[in-house]
Design a binder for this molecule. Structure first.
Ligand code: MG
Ligand code: ZN
Length: 381
């Protein structure tokens, strides 16, 4: 048995070496280079999702987690320009614009000057763009991809930035920032004037919306409810619809999808909330990967802005018959060390052409530079 294996592996080595020698011709290496350039990028951000949050899917999800489908994995340091521990605004600005900035900053550098977002960089190249969240669409993570404000709390200004951005598809919460504003302006009118389909009732099906050039879905006055309290499978469905819409007529696209509320489960130190949001996010990753597998030209990147809660999958503490405490290794209890964010390194998972570039240990803002590099979007500036 052992010998057979040895013979087989030697054969494989020989075959592999032959193959390697054969593909060294100029034309063929040119072809393989071409195949490594993704046309589409889907960036999935699990807000507040560290390794323990991800691990929870491996214990609490009934099916095998979609996180297990990746082979290219890296780690990022998420510190912001001024703080060891980032917030979501600085974290998302690092991904969207490639700069480390101060906590609270949306689309501006540490010196408060505006920085170009990936949406602004690729839209003139006729690449379609979209943002999807379960928070309000003007919340820090999605906002960093289309807005420029000095402080993340300026929600109405962020909403106004959406009307002048090049975003082609959005879905999330927060109608009040668009049509119940202090200045009385109805931004839905402005969006419709830009040929947006605006729907605040339900996600459409692709056939009913494909004739529109742009589509925006806003559900709820502010944030959407948790998945377990009425949101259901909105996030995976919105992601599927967003991909179909942005990819129609064979367009190339950049899509950011955020699992916003994993972070809120962490802040609330509520394991059930956190884990249900994480599983919903994992289902969403599955939709992105299914498309990327079929398409073959799509790079999927899954990461997080930071970890929240100092979450731990600890053993359950129990008492034996004599009243003495012991750790039951057969049962997991989620525990927390903080109500805020933590500084732990964050995993990056990549799939598709260019995925190998995301292996290694690097900084959060390198994600932006790597995306522009592997897609060639940078060169066409
Ligand atoms: Mg967020
Ligand atoms: Zn947070």
């Amino acid at each position: 048995m052992r010998l057979t294996k040895l013979v087989l592996s030697s054969l494989i080595i020989v075959l592999f070496s032959c193959k390697t020698t054969n593909i060294q011709t100029p034309e063929k290496s040119e072809v393989s280079k071409k195949l490594k350039t993704p046309k589409n990028v889907i960036l999935l951000i699990g807000d507040g999702t560290g390794l323990t949050q991800i691990s929870s899917a491996f214990y609490f999800k009934e099916a095998i987690p979609n996180y297990a489908r990746f082979k290219h994995i890296g780690l990022i340091n998420t510190s912001s320009s001024r703080e060891d521990i980032t917030d979501s605004a600085a974290g998302a600005t690092a991904f969207a614009s490639g700069v480390k900035t101060y906590n609270g900053a949306i689309g501006v550098a540490d010196d408060s000057t505006e920085v170009a977002t990936i949406v602004e960089i690729v839209s003139p190249k006729n690449i379609k763009t979209g943002v999807i969240s379960t928070s309000s669409i003007v919340h820090a993570t999605p906002a960093s991809f289309y807005a420029h404000v000095l402080n993340r709390g300026l929600y109405e200004e962020i909403a106004a930035d959406m009307t002048v951005s090049d975003i082609d598809f959005f879905a999330g919460g927060g109608t009040k920032f668009f049509n119940k504003r202090k200045d009385g302006i109805d931004l839905f009118k402005d969006l419709k004037a830009k040929e947006f389909l605006i729907d605040t009732t339900k996600l459409g099906d692709f056939n009913s919306i494909k004739s529109y050039s742009k589509a925006g879905y806003l559900f709820g006055y502010n944030h959407m409810p948790p998945t377990a309290k009425g949101r259901g499978d909105y996030l995976p469905r919105a992601t599927e619809l967003g991909i179909q819409f942005l990819n129609k007529d064979n367009s190339n696209f950049f899509l950011m999808v955020e699992g916003s509320q994993i972070d809120w489960g962490g802040h609330a130190n509520d394991s059930d909330y956190l884990v249900s949001e994480l599983i919903d996010f994992d289902n969403t990753i599955g939709k992105a990967l299914d498309f990327a597998e079929r398409d073959g030209n799509t790079l999927v990147i899954v990461t997080a802005d930071h970890e929240t809660g100092g979450f731990t999958l600890a053993s359950t503490t129990k008492k034996n018959s004599e009243g003495k405490e012991y750790s039951d290794y057969a049962e997991i209890t989620g525990t927390f060390s903080t109500g805020g964010h933590s500084a732990t390194l964050i995993p990056v998972f990549a799939y598709g052409p260019g995925a190998e570039e995301f292996i290694g240990v690097y900084q959060n803002n390198d994600i932006f530079h790597k995306i522009l590099e592997v897609t060639g979007w940078k060169k066409q500036l």
